[in-house]
Write a protein that binds this ligand. Sequence first.
Ligand SMILES: [Zn+2]
Length: 457
Amino acid sequence: MGYGAGRAVRGQGARRGGAGAAGGDADRRRGVAAGVTPGATDGAAKGGDTQRALRRRNLSRVLREVAAAGTVSRAGVAARIGLTRAGVAPLVEELLRAGLLVETGRAAGGGRGRPGSGLTVSDRGPAGLGAEIDVGHLAVCAVDLRGRVRARTAVAAANRHSAPAPVLRRLSALLAEVTSRMAAEGLRPAGLTVAVPGLVARGSTTVVHAPNLGWRQSDLASGLAGIPVPLTVDNEAHLGALAELRLGGGPDGPAPSADFVHVSAATGIGAAVVVDGQLLRGARGFAGELGHVPVYPDGRPCGCGGRGCLEQYAGERAVLRAGGIAPDAAAHAGPGARIALLARRAADGDAAATGALHEAGTALGIALAGAVNLLDPRAVVLGGALAELAPWILPSLERELAVRTAVAPAGERPGGCVVTVSRLGAEGPLLGAAHSALATVFDDPIGRGAPAHSPQS
Ligand SMILES: [Zn+2]
């Protein structure tokens, strides 16, 4: 059950909440505190459900605003969401009782009226649990209501063509390790989102096809049955884009855009399209398979049955092979070690390494030209392993884009599409997974965020 990743970007309110959960700074930069219609109700809610839906929505708004503000008074919350102080007070009390908010005891400015006691989201209580299954590693992390990573673990794993059961057993052990560390800090998982390198049927926990794992129609729910929280399974590229939407940008880069194409390379190449702050999932949930867009129609055969797919030129395996990195190189050094080795060689001017990355950039530029012409995004964001390799990929990529798109890339025309590099790098899918699980608490604070019994602060 649960489909946190989808909910987190479906609609303006949900997107704001996701950002509030994860990156109050980003929220403030975008100035998204305004624009909420007081008393608005969910269209689907009817009759007696309307009151409950309205209350849930208002609790959600209060929690999000406090998360985005950092510390804020009751009057400040009321001003930010456009309710009266009397209207906000019982909502705040309920969130305090549930342990989702705490009083700081300090005065906090808050618009009109006298400053009141400061409110902030708790650093205990519910947390989002994210997990990543990749061909070469497994990882788990927990993110608290303030958006901070509180526990993280990762191990190298030879998952290529492994059956799901042993992989999920190992992942369950990592999840148990992380939840035990969470418990020691007063945190409890509110939901689990698992990132997988494959196609996931929309609204299900079933991996329809993960070619590099060798999984087909694998339902992960039974293998993770020991984790007593709602489970969501999603494509790693989708989750990487959601992380970019919530946490992206940075001190040196532009603020996160609401319209971008996020491209990441792990074992394959995944992309995700975000339009107006919403992830484009496609009819079946399979949108974004940029890795199988043909760039050379008569080129190398691909495992998908096509020829000349982007993945055959810019996928991690293809690039490492072309760069002269042996399949077993740096195998002991953990996830990402071979990419780091390739980056070091490129930095040293190694011709095979720079040539491989030049070729990858060219292929990416050709494939992305199609996407840019079709979608007119504000930005193309390179994430995953591509972020680390960007210095050697970008020149040929940007040249191809400039030649092939009517919308000029970086700097050539104000308002045109720019190519940026994600500062989240290879952490994107894992962070996106944890924040997606956390977003369910912001969507329904009492239903998903409150403890089963004995509320406390
Ligand atoms: Zn293909």
